[in-house]
Design a protein around this ligand. Structure first.
Ligand code: FPP
Length: 257
């Protein structure tokens, strides 16, 4: 009798795009794309091969995010700490935005994607900066997905620069200390004008933020996976969104459910 009443174990059915589309989408998804090096090492390939494969996944996930109607996709492509890597790897990583934006610019334009960049662009090599500027300019009128690359980005550096600028504006009499509110601070950050991320994905099993959008992630839902970035698929992306849709976002308040 007791046994008969027990529920049979539900099978793990992969979540579908249609299912995910029935629920509210995250407006802004941010991704820390990690694990390119380990992906390459597992295959006895140079680290650059992992980054190259990672770039193909950027293309795939950008198209998919756009298809799902997500409004902003922020990708951590190069941090202010990544300069510590061997010069050959840094040189290769600096070629990737150029390669990506040159190869796929017609596609991004056709798909109505708007490219934006956060980070200290002035320290990028000229060829990288020019490619980024061209893509930003040529997609500036697009109204679909905002593809926001974090390049030479570090959150503490961003906050430090914002604090400095606020102090200067107070000194010049343009701002009073009482004007310094949370929205005002947000408006001095590199993400000014972009809503905060609703969902952060980090691949490769590392459970940390690595100096990415520390202010902006205050109420973001975090989703971590062991999958290495070059192995990340549309299905993994759907799983992350489905997990987000199951969460009860209270923003410090009480549940509305
Ligand atoms: C982290 O993996 C990844 C990076 C530092 C670079 C991310 C760049 C890409 C995914 C490609 C960029 C594409 C464009 C379009 C700009 P890791 O090297 O730290 O991997 P590991 O932790 O396994 O060594």
């Amino acid at each position: 009798m007791f046994n008969k009443m027990r529920k049979t174990k539900e099978k793990d059915v992969p979540v579908t795009k249609e299912e995910v589309l029935r629920h509210p989408m995250p407006n802004h998804v941010a991704i820390i794309m990690d694990g390119n090096g380990r992906w390459a090492k597992k295959r006895a390939l140079p680290r650059a091969a992992g980054h190259y494969e990672g770039m193909q996944v950027v293309r795939k996930i950008t198209r998919f995010a756009n298809e799902l109607g997500i409004q902003i996709l922020s990708l951590y492509a190069f941090s202010t700490e990544n300069w510590k890597r061997p010069k050959s790897e840094v040189d290769y990583l600096m070629k990737l935005p150029e390669q990506f934006l040159t190869t796929f610019l017609p596609e991004l334009v056709a798909e109505n994607v708007k490219v934006q960049v956060i980070g200290h662009a002035e320290a990028l090599p000229d060829h990288t900066r020019r490619a980024v500027e061209k893509a930003v300019k040529e997609t500036s009128g697009n109204t679909g997905l905002v593809l926001n690359f974090a390049l030479n980005y570090g959150s503490r550096a961003e906050i430090t620069a914002a604090v400095k600028q606020i102090a200067k504006d107070v000194e010049r009499g343009m701002l009073a200390p009482e004007d310094i509110t949370e929205p005002l601070i947000s408006s001095y950050l590199m993400t000014s004008g972009l809503a905060d991320p609703d969902l952060l994905i980090r691949t490769s099993g590392e459970i940390r933020l690595s100096n990415f959008m520390l202010w902006q992630l205050a109420y973001t839902e975090l989703w971590f996976t062991d999958v290495l970035w070059p192995d990340f698929t549309e299905q993994h992306f759907l799983e992350a969104i489905a997990a987000y849709q199951r969460r009860d976002r209270r923003f410090g308040g009480v549940s509305a459910r």
